[in-house]
Design a protein around this ligand. Sequence first.
Ligand SMILES: [Fe+2]
Ligand SMILES: [Fe+2]
Length: 167
Amino acid sequence: MDDITALILDDHHAFRRGFARLDDAKGTEALRAVWEPLATYLEIHAEAEEAILYPHLLKRGDPANAEEETEDAIRDHNKIRDAIVEARRHPVGSDEWWAGVWQARTENSEHLAEEEDEALPDFRKHASMELRADLGARWLRFYGEHPCAMGLRVRDKDPDKYIEENQ
Ligand SMILES: [Fe+2]
Ligand SMILES: [Fe+2]
């Protein structure tokens, strides 16, 4: 059985590798080949966390911190989504495209560190192994149900409203 926090870490490693691969990509087609799947993967990951992880962190995490951890995550996910949208408005390889991609990269790096040092440790400490495994199975199903983000409405969310609806 897979623990949801381990599956999330696997994705985070893949994001870091993806951004590093962009450093080595030469030419528009090579850049597009790395960036497009990476951008979609980032979008699916954030939707999956918002659908599966954070509602449970809100209910089971440390009452003193879970709300703030969730609020930070939704804000960060919004910033990453916005940077991806910005990059997509420009031709791959252009200065404007790089600016959007770099924004996504730096926002994502900051967010991964926060999630790995705050939200995930909180969840590991307070959720049972059984729940972590159940959510791991849900996580895998979510990816199976939304290949290439199909059927997902990728959109920014109001952090306060999200917390209210998922508490
Ligand atoms: Fe994450
Ligand atoms: Fe996240």
